[in-house]
Each structure stands twice: as structure tokens, then as C-alpha cells.
Design a protein around this ligand. Sequence first.
Ligand SMILES: [Zn+2]
Ligand SMILES: [Zn+2]
Length: 309
Amino acid sequence: MVSPDGGPVEDEASSAGNPDVDAREAFSLLGHEIRLEILLALLEDWVAIYTEPKSYAELMEAVGIRDSGKFNYHLDQLRGVYVRKVEDGYVPTASATALYRAVLAHRPTEPFAFDPTPIDADCPICGGGTVLRYERGFVSVDCEDCEEWIGFTYSFPRNGFESHDADDLLDVLDARVRHDLALARQDLCPDCSGSTTVDLRIDALGTDTPWKEPLDADAHWVELDCDTCSFTVGMDVVSAVVTDDRVAAALREIGVDPDRPLWALPAGRSRLESRDPPRLAVDLERDAGTVTVVVDAELTVESVTVRSS
Ligand SMILES: [Zn+2]
Ligand SMILES: [Zn+2]
């Protein structure tokens, strides 16, 4: 259902992000031992905005270098990008601390293997058993018994395995996905705070599709993409808007618990309500009735209706 951060279908080379941000230059600045020592000395005692700046002399001593010409040269290279001069000395920039936190979260130098683990959750399509996997920073849940369910994939820092077992992990992962989705729907990328763009993928419905003709629910999903970094999340319309109170209430009316994990929510059938302006309708049919949700191009819920059967 969900494939964030350049998920399984995306070519890695194409997810390099915004070409205006010069990643090569930023990384190349770190390629020197003295610069690394300066940065690590600053990050060692880092406590967000409350960090005491390190004076020039303290920094020089921490790095263990006596040649001030050499020290100045490398400090200067880092200035602006990773190091900032303030009144009482030097502090790391937000870029430096973000890189540091990424390393703490993903522990790139610690080998970590997680064997596929059966979990206490049923496949939403066939009811069969499911298995949890962890590869390259992504948690995924797949059905062991059928090919019909596309499964669920989402990024999760390796650090999260320290305090959560496989079953526990699903709950915190769902909380994380809902949180990220809520931000992304408000035009704020959860990874980089850049703007996000909604893609209703109307063209995926087929240009020849007669209007209001039901479409194959499994074949349609919508996307929320960051305009700056590689954050991208794809999901069915019901999952995308389930945090809307009206949608949640309507789902309860037809016996669907809106609080179950997003990946276990039933997907509705998408149809094109209007091409201009773009509007998608999704019908979710259960024994107790049918919920119809209409969303606009920004994934804002326009209307929710419940028809009892
Ligand atoms: Zn299945
Ligand atoms: Zn972003």
C-alpha cells in the first residue's frame, strides 16, 4: 500500500532530489581528517539550541592541532555549511546536526540483520499469514499466502529496533505513517519540511474511462511527493484521508474501524468524479452500507456520504 522514500518501484538514481541543493559539495567538505575532528568536537556536546559554543582555543585543543594556519584553513572550509561563528565561539549548523542525527538513527557502521518474522496480523485480502521484513531501512509486511495484496512498505530507522519487537513495531510504524501523512497533507514534508505535491494519478485511471465508471480499486493509488527531497508516499484514497473526522465517522457507520493500521484498512474503488477541476470519488462498500468520499486535487475531503444497504 505505502511506498515512501523512493520505495521498491523507484530507480534510486532518479530520486536524487533537488539539483539546486549541491549534495556533492556538501559531502566533499567532510573528506578531511581535521575537518571531521572539528565537527565531531562540536557535535560531542550538542544539546540543540542550548549548546554552549566552543571557543576558538577550546576547539583547537579538542582537535589536537598546533598549526593555527592549517586549523584556520579547515575551520574556514566548514564555516557557513557545517560550522557557525557566534559571539562566544563556534556551534554546529542545522545541517551538521541533521547529518549527525541521521547517523545516530540509522547506525550505518553497525551490521544489522533482521530475519523475516511471522507477525500477528492477517492479510487484508485473503486473511492469510503475514511476515515482517526489514531491508535497507524499510520495514515491509507481506502476505505469505497470496500474491494479490501489494503489501506495505515504509522507512524506519534501524534505531527503532532497539526498543520494539516485531509485533510492537507495527503499532509504532502505523503511528509514524499517520503522523507523516498528516504533515504531508498540510504541505509539509515530514523529512525536510519542504512543500509537498499531491498526485491524484488521474491518468492512471485511463483517458478512455467513462466518467463515473467504477475502476479497479487495487490498480489505483494516490501519491504525496516532496518537492525537495526524496520523500514520496503512495496509498489508496481511503488510507490517505482516514484521519479526517467525517471519513472516520462514516467508516464506523459501515462497521470499519478507522483506527486499525492503515495497511489493514480496506481500499475503496476509485472513480473520476470530475477531470476539471480534478476530483476523485472513492466508494467503499461493506455489508452495512457504502461510504463515498470525494476529494479534490489537494486531497481535501469535499464530501462524505453514507448509504445504508
Ligand atoms: Zn493474502
Ligand atoms: Zn522533503
